[in-house]
Design a protein around this ligand. Sequence first.
Ligand SMILES: Nc1ncnc2c1ncn2[C@@H]1O[C@H](COP(=O)(O)OP(=O)(O)OP(=O)(O)O)[C@@H](O)[C@H]1O
Ligand SMILES: [Mg+2]
Length: 420
Amino acid sequence: MSLPWVEKYRPRSFKDIVNQEEAKYKLASWICRRFRAPDAFCKAWAKVQAKEVEGAKAVLLAGPPGTGKTTLVHALAHEIDYEVVELNASDVRTSERIREVVGRGLREGSLFYSGKLILFDEVDGLNPKEDLGGLDSIVDLVETARVPIIMTANNPWDQRFRPLREVSLVINVRKLDEEDVVEVLRRICNAEKIRCEEDALRALAKSSNGDLRAAINDLQLFAEGKGALTVDDVKRIGERNPQLSMFEVLDRVFRARWFDEARAISFTPSFDWEQFFAWAVENVPRVYKEPSAAAMALDRLSKADIILRRIRTTGEWELMPYMTELMLAGIALVPDKPKLPRFFKYQFPQRITLLAKSRESRRRREAVVDYLARELHVSPSYVSSELMRVLSVVAKKNPKALEAIGRAVSISVKDVEGLL
Ligand SMILES: Nc1ncnc2c1ncn2[C@@H]1O[C@H](COP(=O)(O)OP(=O)(O)OP(=O)(O)O)[C@@H](O)[C@H]1O
Ligand SMILES: [Mg+2]
């Protein structure tokens, strides 16, 4: 499998983002008036002169899914040579965590860029319970930070986002119309050297309802590796279930008989790799009772895990195909594959249940680790693997040390003790 086309063809510059001119002009005007940006870029794009643009402390991009919000921010950063410090919906976004990530991002100098901007992606996904204080601390940051802060949201009109709207310039990102979607699909067909019938693209565009991400995923599903795409190919689209449950996904993978059949699952829109990984690990030994088969499938998952981690830390998306193939085909295809019963009861991953349960204590442990790392100028992982042990020895001899740490991170001595 190749790279997901939504990544491969994600526009890197403003000019490649279709039909969001107004958003581009406003965003550029805001950046150019308030921050450092190259002259050529500002000449080309900063075309709006308005008080509301110049006065705004932050920007909130609002619009439907798959219309280019996240893309706009990354393209902007690329245009003005800024690094993006990002917190998105898959991160925990408590006030503590936000301050930590943003603080770290801003403290560390940028070797290769001329500045940094902060992106809070999908702020309407902030969970009032789990991301405790997250919204308030974003507002605080907007008031105090000296770097550009940009947020995105599908629907920021809820009452609880009012404080955020009040400190930001809200820029509307439009729903794309059929023509825009067709245009992007056509470009991809050309780049992939696929002869795509105009009507086929139109049908894809129609069913995507302005969500370009969905349209591109569909196109890849139907056209990848082919010389041509016809209307007939696309007719199958109605049969596709856009949102499979994790249960169905797992069932398809385990029942797949061929490589392609298993890897096709990766085209499901908004497929959640990390969730899938947890489910796969939990269920491989249940499905494959034969130890050698289970061992083989788990071994492939472990390799996929290594790649996944590497993608996450380095952003090397070109590794994605290896990961998806290992994770999907890697567990679907084992020698002497047993026949699954007609209905197999997959198990909800214990790891997710456990993580949810132990979240509070992990949070406390993180607070202690971060505090020590900061004070001692060492890495958090060094504190975790080495110093916590030393600390437990020290604590036995000198309980006062614990009190000091407890005070610094606002945790009771008893709790600190419990973490050692
Ligand atoms: N206006 C556009 N021009 C060109 N490509 C686009 C445009 N909008 C979206 N895309 C394509 O669709 C993909 C998804 O876009 P993006 O991630 O920016 O959507 P989004 O608006 O942030 O959606 P969500 O609300 O779901 O986060 C991109 O990788 C890009 O390939
Ligand atoms: Mg987005």
